[in-house]
Design a protein around this ligand. Structure first.
Ligand code: PEP
Length: 247
């Protein structure tokens, strides 16, 4: 049985003061989530990680990106040992905004996934097709490459969480239908099963892309969708609370 998971990706939003306000309110969120047997977390900007860890370390607290090397001349980057020192144990990898604006590729994501796993951290690996790829009908080919290249060399896939986020649905209000989301999440599981056998059934696969309190339930009803990666609707405590209530 896979435990449900809700992760809020804050992108480049919230100052440390705003993060502190959310963190103080998050005890109630955590209580409700525990009652419903749901794991919850957020991926804030780097500067807010410490604030969240100080106030409510029981949340899953993840970075939005990592560099795969331990240290070196990489201005502007943050390494895994730096995050570990704070107590951060998760990181997004390959969010579509990182792929689009910062040239991340399946191969560079693979280095990050492997480096996180070597450090006993959880990669939340994001995959998804662009609008052009969706319209050309090549979604499954794109996803196959993202999974096979991005997870190359991973020994224990149970340590990885995957988010299917069609690029055309992120921040656009045009969410994928529950049928499309389920079809691709089931396909991802099938790809994982071909490589990892029965362990594929233990991997949590999230849907992301314009998930809101009023549509999260329909995704959660699908057999291969284990939770959601949510941007805009995770920013306010009220909306986050509604997401939990409706899961
Ligand atoms: C995201 O940032 O991963 C995301 C899915 O954003 P939104 O929910 O705003 O579409």
């Amino acid at each position: 049985m896979r435990k449900k998971l809700l992760v809020g990706n804050w992108k480049m939003n919230k100052t440390m003061a705003e993060t502190a306000a959310f963190a103080h309110a998050s005890f109630e969120l955590l209580k409700n989530a525990n009652d419903k047997n749901i794991d919850i977390g957020v991926t804030p900007p780097y500067l807010s990680l410490q604030t969240l860890l100080n106030i409510n370390p029981k949340l899953i607290i993840g970075a939005q990106n990592v560099h795969h090397l331990e240290k070196g001349a990489y201005t502007g980057e943050v390494s895994i040992p730096m995050l570990k020192e704070l107590g951060v144990s998760w990181s997004l990898v390959g969010h579509s905004e990182r792929r689009t604006y910062f040239n991340e590729t399946d191969a560079s994501c693979n280095l990050k996934v492997l480096a996180l796993l070597e450090n006993n951290m959880t990669p939340l690996y994001c995959v998804g097709e662009t609008l052009q790829e969706f319209e050309k009908g090549v979604t499954k080919e794109v996803i196959k490459a993202q999974i096979e290249v991005g997870l190359k060399g991973v020994e224990d896939v149970r340590e990885v969480v995957i988010a299917y986020e069609p690029v055309w649905s992120i921040g656009t209000g045009k969410n994928a239908s529950k049928e499309i989301a389920e079809d691709i999440c089931a396909y991802i599981r099938e790809l994982l099963r071909a490589i990892y056998g029965g362990n594929a059934d233990l991997v949590r696969i999230l849907y992301g892309g314009s998930v809101k309190p009023n549509n999260i339930k329909e995704y959660m009803a699908m057999p291969n969708i284990d939770g959601a990666l949510v941007g805009g609707a995770s920013l306010s405590v009220e909306s986050y609370a509604e997401l939990i209530n409706n899961m």
